[in-house]
Ligand binder design. Structure first.
Ligand SMILES: Nc1nc2c(ncn2[C@@H]2O[C@H](COP(=O)(O)OP(=O)(O)OP(=O)(O)O)[C@@H](O)[C@H]2O)c(=O)[nH]1
Ligand SMILES: [Zn+2]
Length: 369
């Protein structure tokens, strides 16, 4: 331990070294340790802070370092999502040189559709513990949107925390709190006002030591303000992510993991702020505990709650225990899930077709004999 802190003190990356002196503070834990123990060859664990296309900035016990993907790992990756992404734990070949030879299995994974025409998922961030779903207490507040976010968070494996921001703009927050409760009865809800400096400690309480958090929500709801509040300094954002060093200077290294002063880590990448579903569960929305509980009493197991006889969901609608908006939100997300799955399939078919067209074209250009 001593030698480590000595090493980090003399490291040229002094800005982050004091915070990254132990793997646990970077989010390491038993889940990854078990995987490491099972590896044939020893590796030095590192966490991806930024980068892509084979070169990365990683955080290690010794501080930030550069790493390059090994050819073997690149070759093994059968899809972009298999490559290391921000938040991933990777293994470097021991002894320096920054050769990235292993990617650890992910605990959680936030996905979105990749850019371009391919039907491929792109990893927005890996190994996120908590997603702060921010909506402000004004016209932005929209329960249907919160339901969407909840689906994406549940799909990722992370834990949702609902943040109601700009509490100063609202006389009575109770109806908003009730609305969130109805959507996610077991998720924490935090009421904050950056203006009145209220609720920040409650927010911080949801980021434990070594935990990784991201903020999502529409533009203008106050995410940057809250991020700055958690980081304790002003971080400028002008199209790209900037980071601050020890002296509060802004640099533009594009690093996307921020170490929180007290505990935990924050990932803020372009694109992560407005989560779009890539995948919505095969068996229908994963949230909506209320509707799924009701559906258990429908006469038909595959009841679609759209006019079938003996539908317990529609009965609840009729007697007022279920609000119509809620069922509408459910149907919409279910339909969207179906659409996404069909689109993935259709794109996969188109890919195959394109591939064979290319082959046949090249065969025509180079006819045999
Ligand atoms: N009244 C009030 N205004 C706030 C509060 N927090 C943030 N704002 C204001 O809301 C506006 C948007 O805040 P940002 O933090 O930039 O919002 P954002 O969600 O990061 O927006 P994007 O960067 O576009 O995603 C700014 O003008 C803030 O000053 C608050 O607690 N109360
Ligand atoms: Zn039904």
């Amino acid at each position: 331990m001593n030698s480590l802190s000595n090493a980090s003190a003399s490291s040229s990356f002094s800005s982050a070294s004091s915070l990254s002196s132990s793997l646990d503070r970077l989010g390491w834990g038993p889940f990854f340790e078990q995987q490491r123990a099972a590896l044939a060859d020893p590796v030095a664990p590192a966490r991806i802070a930024s980068g892509g296309g084979g070169t990365y900035q990683v955080l290690t016990e010794r501080g930030p370092e550069r790493a390059t993907l090994s050819g073997r790992l690149l070759h093994q990756a059968d899809e972009p999502a298999a490559l290391p992404a921000v938040g991933d734990w990777v293994g470097l070949r021991p002894g320096g040189g920054g050769l990235l030879v292993h990617r650890f299995d992910r605990r959680t994974c936030l996905l979105r559709k990749g850019a371009g025409r391919k039907a491929e998922a792109q990893v927005l961030a890996a190994n996120v513990d908590t997603v702060m779903v921010v909506s402000s207490l004004n016209a932005d507040f929209n329960p249907r949107r919160l339901e969407r976010y909840l689906e994406v968070v549940l799909d990722s494996g992370a834990r949702p925390v609902f943040v109601l921001s700009k509490a100063d703009l609202c006389e009575d927050a109770a109806p908003f709190l009730d609305a969130v409760q109805a959507i996610a009865p077991s998720a924490p809800v935090v009421l904050v006002s950056a203006l009145l400096r209220q609720g920040l400690d409650a927010l911080r309480a949801h980021v434990g030591a070594g935990e990784t958090v991201v903020f999502v929500g529409s533009s203008g709801v106050g995410k940057s303000t809250l991020v700055n509040g958690l980081l304790g300094v002003s971080v400028q954002r002008e199209g790209h992510i900037r980071e601050h060093d020890e002296r509060g200077r802004h640099t533009t290294t594009g690093r996307e993991i921020f170490l929180l002063p007290d505990a935990g880590l924050l990932i803020d990448t372009p694109g992560i702020r407005e989560l779009e579903p890539w995948n919505l569960g095969e068996g229908g929305p994963a949230g909506f505990d209320d509707i799924r509980a009701l559906a258990a009493s429908c006469r038909f197991r595959d009841c679609s709650h759209q006019g079938e006889p003996g539908c317990a969901v529609e009965r609840a609608l009729a007697d007022g225990t279920l609000v119509p908006d809620r069922l509408e939100g459910f149907h919409k997300l279910e339909a969207e899930g179906r659409y996404l799955r069909e689109r993935h399939d259709a794109r996969a078919r188109a890919e195959t077709k394109r591939h064979f067209k290319q082959i046949s074209r090249s065969l025509r250009r180079h006819p045999k004999g």
